[in-house]
Design a protein around this ligand. Structure first.
Ligand code: MOS
Length: 736
C-alpha cells in the first residue's frame, strides 16, 4: 500500500486546483458548451396548473413558426421502452415519466417540448403551444399537509421514554425549515447525440457518469457500454446532480425524434422545479438531562415534504442516533406528499436539517441548566462507540474539534447571560453547533497512462464537481510514485475512463484514494518488470523497493540500479503504457464504524434597530481524517459554511398556496449568502489519518461543512438577543 508518510509530511500541500485555470478562463467545457455539428435546440413548455390532467394540446401555431423541426408531447413522442406503461414506470424508479403521462403532478412539469434549429426559434414557438387542463385541487402547503400524515418509526428504539420523564431538565420544542434550492452556478444541461440506432453520446451535467449511463441503458434497453457520457467539467452540484432528471431524458427523446443532436439547457426558474431541492421540514425534539447535564433521553420526530409521484424521505433523525450517548431514544419520521417536483439530497442531506433541531435544543438545555454549551456537549459525545451498532469508531475527534474551535472563535469572551454584550446598535453573541456524518467508501477504479516522456495521466470516471478530488488525485500520485507534479495530468468525468461511483455523500476522495494507491503500485511493478530485463536486480522487486522520478526508475536502497526512461522505453519498443486497478471497502467495515465531524462556531452581531444579522466570524474545525490538500479542503468547508449562513438567514422558496407556482424562483428572488454576508470564515482540520478507512487515511469533507452550521448561528443569535428562533431562515422580521 502506498501509505502517506505522515511523520515526514505533517503539513499537507496547498496546491491550487488542477482544473482551476481551465474553469476560470473558459477553456474547460461545460456540458452545454460542446460544439456538436448539426446540433439543434429543445425548449420545454411547462404546466401552468399544479394538479389534474392534460385536456388538450394545440401545437398548430407553434408548428408553423420559423425553424421548428418537431414538437414532442405525450401524444406525439418516441416511446421510451422503460416507461411504456404504468408498471414499467414504477419499476424504472426514474421519477417523473416525462411525456409518458397525461397526469399533472406539479406546476412547472414539462408538457411539451419544441425542437427547432435555433434556441430563439424554439423559445418563440414554445410560447405558441396552447395547453388546456382538467384541473384538480393541489396540495402545496407543507405546514397544512403535514398535519394529516402520521409519523413512522425511523430506527430501533432504545430504552423507554418513561425512564426519563422526570429528568431534571427537559426541552420540548418544534422547529421548521423552509425549502431550499441547490442553485449550482451551472444549469443542468444535456447535448444528446444518437450516433447509431443503439449508440448514444451525451454531454451532460451530473455528479456521476456511470449513474447516467446505467439509467439510460435501462430506459432504452441498450447496453451501458453503448452510452458515452462526457462530464469533464461540472459547475457545482450540491446534490442536484446525483439523480438523472427529466431534462436529460427529454433531450435524448428530442434527438431520437428529429434524428439530430439536440441541446437542452434548463433556465434558472426551471432549475427550481425540475432538479430537486432540500424539502421543507418540521421537527419536534424532546430532550432530557440530569442536573449535571448528562443526557437522559431524546425523542426526535421529523416530517419532510415530498412529491405525489415519489416518496423521498430525508433521514432527518439519523444524526440523533450517532452523535451523542442516549440510552433512551426514539426517532420517527415521514414524507408528506405535495404537488411539487420530487426533492433530493442537498448538501448534508438529512443530517443538516436534523442537526439544526438537535443542536438548537441542546443549546436551549445549556441555558436551562446553566452549563456552558461546549462543556455540555463534551459530557455527552459518543466518542468511542457508534451508539447505533456498538462498534468502535475507527477515529472520532469531535472533542478535539470543539475545543480547538472554541479557542479560534474566542469563546472565553462569550457571556453566558444573553444580551450582555452591546456595541452601539449591535448585540453580540456566540454560538456552537456540531455536525456528524458517516464516513462512507465505495469501490472505485483508477488508471494510469504513462508516455515515453515520463508524463503520467491519472484517470477515473468519477466527476469532480468542484470539490478538488482531481487535485487530491494529483497530489496522491506525486506522493505515491515520486513523479514531479508537473509531469502528472488528471482526467476525470468520462464514462470511458476506469469505473467509479458518483461524487456524493462525502465519499469521493475516500473511494478513489484506494484505487489511486493501487494503480500507483501497479505502475511501479509493471515498470520494475520491464527494468528486470535490463538489470536483473529488479526481478522480484516489491512496491516498496521501487522509486520513480522524472528521469527514470530506481531502487529505494541500491541506487546503482537506476535506469533512465529512454533506455527502458527503447529496450522494449514502448511508446505508452497503461495500468488499471480497483479498490474498495473490506473487512474493516465489520469491525469499525466510521464518522466525520465538524465543530461550528459563530460570532454574530444583531442590529437592534433593523434586525439584521451580521456574521462577524465563523469557525469550523473538521475531522475529515488525513487532509490530502489543505487548500481545496478548506475551500470546500468554507463554501459549505456559506451554505449554512444562507440556510440560517436567507434561503427559502415557497409555493403560492392558490396557484402552486414557486414565488421568486430566480436569483433575484431567491437569496443566498454572498461574499458580503460571509466576511471571515476560519477553517481548521484535526488532520489525523484514519488508519482503517482506506490507504490515504482521508475520510471525506463535503457534508460536515454545513451540518450544524445553521444551529451555531441561531444559537449565537439567542446569545446576542435572548430571542430563541426555531424557524429558518431567521429573517429580520423574526428578530424584531
Ligand atoms: Mo452531496 S448532497 O453528497 O452532492
Amino acid at each position: 500500500m502506498g501509505l502517506f508518510d505522515y511523520k515526514r509530511k505533517a503539513k499537507p500541500p496547498v496546491d491550487g486546483r488542477v482544473e482551476g485555470v481551465a474553469k476560470v478562463t473558459g477553456s474547460g467545457k461545460y456540458a452545454a458548451e460542446y460544439e456538436v455539428p448539426n446540433v439543434c435546440h429543445a425548449v420545454l413548455v411547462s404546466s401552468t396548473v399544479a394538479a389534474g390532467t392534460i385536456k388538450s394540446i394545440d401545437v398548430s401555431a407553434a408548428q408553423q413558426a420559423d425553424g421548428v423541426l418537431d414538437i414532442v408531447t405525450h401524444l406525439h413522442k418516441p416511446l421510451v421502452p422503460g416507461l411504456a406503461d404504468e408498471e414499467k414506470i414504477k419499476q424504472s424508479r426514474f421519477g417523473l415519466p416525462v411525456f409518458h403521462t397525461d397526469k399533472i403532478f406539479f406546476r412547472g412539469q414539462p408538457v411539451a417540448m419544441v425542437i427547432a434549429k435555433t434556441l430563439e426559434d424554439a423559445n418563440y414557438a414554445a410560447s405558441l403551444v396552447e395547453v388546456t387542463y382538467n384541473e384538480a385541487p393541489a396540495k402545496v402547503d407543507f405546514d397544512e399537509a403535514r398535519k394529516s400524515v402520521e409519523l413512522k418509526s425511523a430506527g430501533r428504539e432504545r430504552g423507554s421514554e418513561a425512564a426519563w420523564n422526570n429528568a431534571a431538565a427537559i426541552i420540548e420544542q418544534e422547529y421548521n425549515i423552509a425549502t431550499e434550492v441547490h442553485n449550482p452556478m451551472e444549469m443542468h444541461a444535456t447535448i444528446a447525440h444518437w450516433t447509431a440506432a443503439d449508440k448514444l453520446v451525451l454531454y451532460d451535467k451530473n455528479q456521476g457518469v456511470m449513474n447516467v449511463q446505467r439509467t439510460f441503458a435501462g430506459l432504452f434497453n441498450i447496453p451501458a457500454a453503448n452510452i458515452t457520457v462526457h462530464s469533464e467539467f461540472v459547475g457545482g452540484g450540491f446534490g442536484s446532480g446525483l439523480r438523472v432528471w427529466s431534462n436529460a431524458l427529454a433531450a435524448i427523446m428530442a434527438a431520437l425524434q428529429v434524428k439530430r443532436p439536440v441541446k437542452l439547457m434548463l433556465t434558472r426558474p426551471q432549475m427550481f422545479s425540475l432538479t430537486g431541492y432540500r424539502p421543507a421540514s418540521w421537527q419536534k425534539i424532546k430532550l432530557g438531562a440530569d442536573a449535571n447535564g448528562v443526557f437522559q433521553g431524546l425523542v426526535h420526530q421529523a416530517k419532510n415534504g415530498s412529491s405525489v409521484y415519489e416518496n423521498f424521505s430525508e433521514g432527518i433523525t439519523r444524526i440523533s442516533r450517532i452523535t451523542y450517548k442516549f440510552d433512551n431514544l426514539k426517532t420517527e419520521q415521514i414524507a408528506v406528499p405535495l404537488n411539487l417536483g420530487t426533492p433530493t439530497w442537498m448538501r448534508g442531506p438529512g443530517e443538516c436539517t436534523g442537526a439544526f433541531a438537535l443542536e438548537s435544543a441542546i443549546d436551549e438545555l445549556s441555558y436551562k441548566l446553566n452549563i456552558d454549551p461546549v462543556e455540555l456537549r463534551l459530557k455527552n459525545f459518543a466518542l468511542r462507540n457508534d451508539p447505533e451498532n456498538g462498534k468502535p469508531y475507527s477515529t472520532n475527534f469531535v472533542d478535539e474539534g470543539i475545543r480547538k474551535g472554541a479557542e479560534m472563535i474566542g469563546w472565553s469572551a462569550r457571556k453566558s447571560q444573553p444580551g450582555a454584550i452591546t456595541e452601539g446598535d449591535w448585540k453580540i453573541g456566540y454560538g456552537v453547533g456540531i455536525g456528524m456524518w458517516s464516513a462512507g467508501r465505495g469501490t472505485a477504479s483508477a488508471g494510469i497512462t504513462m508516455n515515453k516522456d515520463g508524463v503520467v495521466t491519472i484517470k477515473t470516471a468519477m466527476t469532480d464537481i468542484g470539490t478538488g478530488t482531481g487535485t487530491a488525485m494529483h497530489n496522491m500520485v506525486h506522493t505515491f510514485t515520486g513523479i514531479s507534479k508537473n509531469k502528472i495530468k488528471v482526467a476525470v468525468g468520462h464514462s470511458d475512463l476506469p469505473t467509479a461511483g458518483s461524487q456524493g455523500g462525502s465519499t469521493g476522495l475516500s473511494s478513489i484514494s484506494g484505487a489511486v494507491s493501487a494503480v500507483c503500485d501497479a505502475l511501479k511493478l509493471k515498470l520494475a518488470g520491464y527494468a528486470a530485463d535490463i538489470k536483473p536486480a529488479y526481478k522480484d522487486a516489491k512496491v516498496a523497493d521501487v522509486l520513480l522520478s522524472d528521469k527514470g526508475i530506481a531502487f529505494q536502497s541500491a541506487n546503482n540500479q537506476f535506469i533512465a526512461w529512454p533506455a527502458l522505453w527503447e529496450k522494449h519498443q514502448l511508446t505508452e503504457l497503461d495500468v488499471e486497478a480497483s479498490s474498495g471497502p473490506g473487512q474493516e467495515r465489520q469491525q469499525y464504524s466510521f464518522c466525520v465531524s465538524a465543530a461550528h462556531f459563530a460570532k454574530v452581531g444583531v442590529n437592534i434597530k433593523t434586525g439584521k444579522v451580521k456574521i462577524e466570524k465563523a469557525v469550523c474545525v473538521a475531522d475529515g481524517g488525513r487532509i490530502v490538500n489543505e487548500k481545496p479542503a478548506a475551500n470546500q468547508v468554507s463554501g459549505a459554511i456559506v451554505g449554512g449562513i444562507g440556510m440560517a438567514l436567507m434561503e427559502e422558496i415557497h409555493a403560492d398556496k392558490k396557484l402552486g407556482n414557486l414565488v421568486g424562483n430566480d436569483l433575484a428572488g431567491y437569496h443566498f449568502a454572498v461574499n458580503a454576508d460571509a466576511p471571515i470564515l476560519e477553517v481548521a482540520f484535526v488532520n489525523k489519518p484514519d488508519p482503517n478507512i482506506n490507504p490515504s487515511g482521508a475520510k471525506g469533507l463535503g457534508e460536515v461543512g454545513i451540518i450544524g452550521s445553521a444551529a451555531a448561528i441561531a444559537n449565537a443569535i439567542y446569545n446576542a438577543t435572548g430571542k430563541r428562533l426555531r424557524d429558518l431562515p431567521i429573517t429580520p422580521d423574526k428578530i424584531l
